[in-house]
Write a protein that binds this ligand. Structure first.
Ligand SMILES: [Zn+2]
Ligand SMILES: [Zn+2]
Length: 135
């Protein structure tokens, strides 16, 4: 088992990661609120191509305010979000800490998109906070 092995709720979709995570962040953007049904999502950023996904999937695409295309891949059976890419970040993909077999293998290092945070959402106050995505 590698650091970034994971699976969906029903077990039909499986992630296998070759490399370490580049970074993990708490993201409080409104998309992550919708996707998680919570105040933020823990996004794990990996090199594109370093994580392999198997199983039945469906993909939802949308255009961000920036004009970039966001692509989100879900388990077609249970709906768990498995993988996300953004045309503005062609070298990376995003997976979600909660889908990992061992979520404690990643450590969030920042809070991003804090300008859209919900007042009741709580993140580690020791982490650096950015109003949007840091450049
Ligand atoms: Zn599933
Ligand atoms: Zn987000």
């Amino acid at each position: 088992m590698t650091l970034l092995d994971g699976q969906c709720l029903c077990g039909q979709c499986r992630l296998s990661g070759e490399g370490p995570a580049l970074k993990a962040v708490h993201c409080q953007c409104t998309d992550c609120q919708k996707l998680s049904g919570a105040g933020h999502k823990v996004n794990v950023i990996v090199a594109k191509g370093s994580v392999h996904l198997t199983g039945p999937v469906t993909t939802f695409k949308s255009t961000a305010d920036s004009g970039n295309e966001n692509s989100r891949t879900f388990c077609a059976n249970c709906g768990t979000q498995m993988l996300r890419t953004n045309s503005g970040m062609p070298d990376v993909a995003i997976i979600h800490a909660g889908t990992l077999n061992n979520p404690a293998n990643v450590t969030p290092s920042a809070v991003i998109w804090n300008k859209s945070a919900v007042v009741w959402d709580y993140c580690d106050p020791k982490l650096p906070v950015f109003p949007e995505a840091p450049t």
